[in-house]
Design a protein around this ligand. Structure first.
Ligand SMILES: Nc1nc2c(ncn2[C@@H]2O[C@H](COP(=O)(O)OP(=O)(O)O)[C@@H](O)[C@H]2O)c(=O)[nH]1
Ligand SMILES: [Mg+2]
Length: 315
């Protein structure tokens, strides 16, 4: 690919992220420049205005405080020429909070297959994220297989099969009500036999009780680890970014039950609460692998702290 085409594509993808984060961004920065007009330094009133905005983006008190402290340290004594100085500093401070969780998922090809187990509550975006991920890995040249481990709802298997057809990716499924761990086991065997690089397993987001759900997820992990003690190689928790601070509570629950190794935060396009990533970063310190900014196959981004911060806090 030519460099021109590459940078054009990059701009397109950045645009998608920027566009996706529109609602959070406008809450954070709309009219912010006016607040700074005629002031020479960061004063209490400005800090209060900023704090309100950070909290309405659902950053949570701790992360908002960290960002404000950073701003005070950076700008406190210097003279403010204009609002853009503040915006740039805000980007830097947001990126600083997010940087530790910028740890992209590395596919280890010595594991065959490399297994990604997705978990998360109903409606979080698991199935959609699996479709997007499978397509992305295929484009990168990996062979991919999907296991329809959400056997609780009839529609779940259908939805996954539709994705499989759309992106031309094999889906291993059984009837509704089948044992989820046995579906994943079958898929594992098939992937191994066919030399598939990556197996992505879907799971239920709700069973009769939460205890049942967590037990089922643990069982799937046990079955996988009997095949390859390092499997699953990634347990990806999918969280709906629109849930704001509730996403934190979900992450804590799943984290206690299964060993979550990475996060995908979805639906950032439909919410003004995109700041929740900072709360997640600061509280949980679990790597954020991907962010979802739409329903389409290309609306998934590898998480990058600086890029995210820039898309979040700019004009
Ligand atoms: N706008 C938007 N919608 C999404 C995104 N990810 C998933 N969805 C939608 O959210 C709904 C639930 O997603 P689904 O993948 O079925 O969730 P699951 O129950 O966790 O498997 C579907 O209508 C998806 O199209 C996203 O990043 N942005
Ligand atoms: Mg699903």
């Amino acid at each position: 690919m030519s460099d021109d085409k590459k940078s054009g594509e990059r701009r397109g993808l950045m645009g998608r992220l920027r566009n996706g984060l529109k609602r959070t961004r406008s809450g954070l920065t709309e009219g912010l420049a006016n607040v700074f007009v005629g002031r020479k330094r960061l004063d209490d009133e400005m800090l209060e205005e900023l704090e309100t905005r950070l909290l309405s983006a659902d950053m949570g008190i701790e992360a908002a405080q960290t960002v404000l402290d950073g701003l005070i340290e950076k700008l406190g004594r210097s003279e403010l020429r204009d609002g853009s100085v503040v915006l740039e500093a805000l980007q830097d401070e947001i990126a600083k909070v997010l940087k530790p969780v910028e740890q992209p998922l590395q596919i280890d090809l010595s594991r065959q297959p490399f297994v990604i187990l997705t978990v998360g509550v109903n409606g979080a975006g698991k199935t959609t994220t699996i479709g997007k991920l499978a397509s992305r890995y295929q484009q990168q040249g990996y062979s991919v297989m999907i296991a329809a481990g959400d056997t609780f709802r009839a529609a779940a298997v259908e939805q996954l099969k539709e994705w499989g057809e759309q992106i031309n990716c094999p889906v291993v499924a059984q009837a509704t009500g089948a044992d989820s761990a046995s579906v994943v086991y079958d898929a594992y065997e098939a992937a191994r036999a066919r030399g598939v690089d990556i197996l992505i397993a879907d799971t239920a987001g709700r069973l009769h009780t939460q205890g049942n759900l967590m037990e089922e997820l643990r069982k799937i992990r046990r079955v996988l680890s009997r095949q390859d003690s390092s499997s699953p190689h990634e347990t990806l928790l999918v969280l709906d970014g629109g849930n704001g601070q509730n996403a934190l509570a979900q992450a804590e629950k799943f984290g206690e039950a299964v060993n979550v190794s990475g996060l995908a935060v979805t639906k950032l396009d439909g919410t003004a609460r995109g700041g929740v990533l900072l709360a997640l970063a600061q509280r949980l310190q679990v790597p954020v692998r991907y962010v979802g900014v739409g329903e389409g196959v290309d609306d998934l981004r590898t998480f990058n702290a600086k890029e995210f911060a820039t898309a979040l806090a700019s004009e």
